[in-house]
Design a protein around this ligand. Structure first.
Ligand SMILES: Cc1ncc(COP(=O)(O)O)c(C=O)c1O
Length: 387
């Protein structure tokens, strides 16, 4: 049985500099200014372009003027607003769950909610087994570690391996399965019906992280889990920092789990509520996302164009079937050459290295958004052909 982190593995990361995030100019057609050069940004999570939407920005200003620049304490002390409840009700409606709670950011939520749900929160301690996809986000791995429970990492998307591991623990023990629905570095989807069936069969809580699927997939843009019937013990988490063009996160769940969270989740209890300006933009985005059907059609057109072209040229795009498209390289040398060439040609692409992704799976992570113009994408693809 594998533990979550082997003692032998020590990750080291050497930054030559930390200036890659300094973009001081941006617009809503995907351009940023970096190192004095205007570049077409292929690395942003602003999938629907909402981070530069005027109505979203105006709602943010409205809330800032009305409620001030901070709520100045945890929501459980004096940092709550009726209006947060209104957003939570809207979210429950769209995710089709009884309850929703808005929390700081997605990292805070995953790293404190998993210990809460697995019986290790605020001094409590009970036995639980965790089953987590090997390529789940770092925040999920932290949540598993903080839970101090036995954690099995199953091979990426391999439901046979998941079931094999589930059979190793006592049948009546409490268990949780954790998976992203759309994987942030690979752009591939979990088999939602398959994982639900297994969770139900083995009586597990099913924890789904919809961070990258939200806004883009689902009938009203509220993720892949909302399209079909959920199972009884299912919970969904999402972030507002990607397609919603804002910041912060939420969890949607049953009334029973809600009670556990508000009483035990340290990330909610011991952290200051999101600032009103952020909540205002969340409010506007949550109302806008269901109406963004045409934008969702546009992003689909864009990513299909790129995916099909890359596949034709025999680039390794892994199992991507979405707007997140990795170009996986076996040699680091090639990776560097690729991003340098694209910088020269006016494109910003981001290299993703170990330990964020497995060794020898280093890659460029392309993030295709709805506002990218066809002629620029075609130009980008021509440059790829040159490479
Ligand atoms: C799958 C997944 N979950 C959670 C997070 C954390 O979200 P946030 O940026 O709101 O902290 C991320 C961030 O990239 C993510 O990719």
């Amino acid at each position: 049985m594998k533990k979550i982190i082997s003692k032998k593995k020590i990750h080291s990361r050497k930054f030559e500099n930390f200036d890659h995030s300094l973009s001081n100019q941006r617009d809503n057609h995907g351009f940023i200014k970096y190192k004095g050069k205007k570049l077409f940004n292929l690395a942003s999570n602003d999938y629907l372009g909402l981070s530069t939407d005027k109505q979203v920005a105006n709602e943010s200003i409205k809330w800032l003027n009305k409620y001030g620049s901070s709520l100045s304490s945890s929501r459980l002390v004096t940092g709550n607003l009726d209006k947060i409840g209104e957003i939570e009700r809207l979210l429950s409606n769209f995710t089709n769950h009884e309850k929703t709670i808005i929390v700081g950011n997605g990292f805070l939520l995953n790293s404190t909610l998993i210990p809460t749900l697995t019986g290790n929160s605020l001094g409590k301690r009970s036995k639980f087994y965790i089953f987590s996809d090997k390529l789940n986000h770092a925040s999920i791995n932290y949540g598993c570690l903080f839970s101090r429970q036995k954690c099995f990492r199953y091979e990426h998307l391999d439901l046979n391996h998941l079931e094999f591991l589930l059979k190793k623990v006592p049948i009546n023990s409490p268990k949780i399965i954790i998976s992203e629905t759309l994987f942030s570095m690979d752009g591939d989807f979990v088999n939602i019906n398959g994982i639900r069936m297994i969770a139900k069969k083995y009586n597990c809580i099913l924890y789904l992280d919809e961070a990258h699927a939200l806004g883009v997939y689902g009938k009203v843009g509220f993720g892949v889990a909302t399209d079909n019937k959920k199972i009884e013990n299912e919970i969904v988490i999402g972030t507002f920092s990607k397609a919603f063009g804002s910041y912060g996160s939420f969890v949607s769940c049953s009334k029973k789990i809600y009670k556990d969270i508000i009483n035990n989740c340290s990330g909610l209890i011991y952290s200051t509520a999101l600032p009103p300006s952020v909540l205002g933009s969340i409010y506007a985005s949550v109302k806008k996302v269901p109406k963004k059907t045409d934008t969702r059609k546009r992003i689909k057109k864009n990513y299909n164009l790129v995916l099909e072209y890359l596949k034709k040229l025999s680039f390794n795009t892994g199992g991507s079937n979405s707007h997140i498209i990795p170009i996986i390289f076996e040699s680091d040398n090639k990776l560097k050459k690729f991003s340098n060439l694209f910088f020269d040609k006016g494109f910003y692409v981001k290299e993703i290295r170990y330990p964020t992704v497995p060794k020898n799976k280093e890659r460029i992570r392309l993030s295709i958004t709805a506002n990218m113009k066809k002629n620029i994408l075609t130009n980008f693809l021509r440059t790829i052909k040159e490479f």
